[in-house]
Design a protein around this ligand. Structure first.
Ligand code: SF4
Length: 195
């Protein structure tokens, strides 16, 4: 098993005046990742989550993220970037995988769908790296997420920033920040199959 938190630490020591595209799944997960990474990068926070089945839920998660970004006292620049809401893309990806257990093949493809879009956006915005908040979740396999990230890096030519944000008490800190900022914390991942 690779320690991706250690890999991230190594890269952060070399960072100087760089721009990061951070794919964000929701405000609670983003809170710690942003607090941590904004010590090193100017960040474009990209909300792209076609996996969220209900429009109302999608809007609430997005608004909470914007509220956190507008209220947290960051040292560096942090910009919000609105992705398209494309549930059809999620459902065509999930075809035939509806009964997969959470954390299985459907989820791996779901991470990839969102991370590919993040890499494309990183290229458009001329970012030095792309990354995702998804590795903060204790329910998501960071080995799989980082492997997908490195594959996309090869394909698109934009550097993947490896992570395992749940380490160093990252998940615990995200709960503290959520409570401090009164952030809405959903009790399911996002798609209809996880509800
Ligand atoms: S459970 Fe979560 S990660 Fe898995 S497919 Fe549904 S939204 Fe995507």
């Amino acid at each position: 098993m690779i320690n991706y938190q250690r890999e991230l630490d190594g890269i952060l020591e070399t960072i100087n005046d760089s721009k990061l595209l951070l794919h964000a799944c929701c405000a609670p997960c983003s809170s710690y990742c942003l607090e941590y990474l904004s010590g090193y990068f100017d960040i474009y926070v990209y909300f792209y989550n076609p996996n969220i089945t209900e429009r109302n839920e999608y809007n609430v998660r997005k608004e909470e993220l914007i509220r956190f970004i507008n209220n947290y006292p960051f040292n560096k620049k942090v910009y919000y970037i609105d992705g398209e809401y494309e549930p059809d893309k999620f459902f065509s990806m999930a075809k035939g995988l509806e009964t997969c257990k959470e954390g299985g093949e459907r989820c791996h493809k779901c991470y990839e769908l969102r991370m590919r879009s993040a890499a494309q956006k990183a290229l458009e915005l001329n970012c030095d790296y792309f990354c995702t908040t998804l590795t903060i979740s204790p329910l998501k396999n960071s080995q799989v997420i980082n492997q997908i990230g490195f594959n996309i890096e090869k394909e698109y030519g934009v550097r993947w920033l490896p992570s395992d944000f749940k380490k160093k008490n990252g998940f615990k800190r995200s709960i503290e920040l959520s409570s401090e900022y009164g952030l809405y914390r959903q009790n399911y991942c996002g798609c209809v199959y996880s509800k």
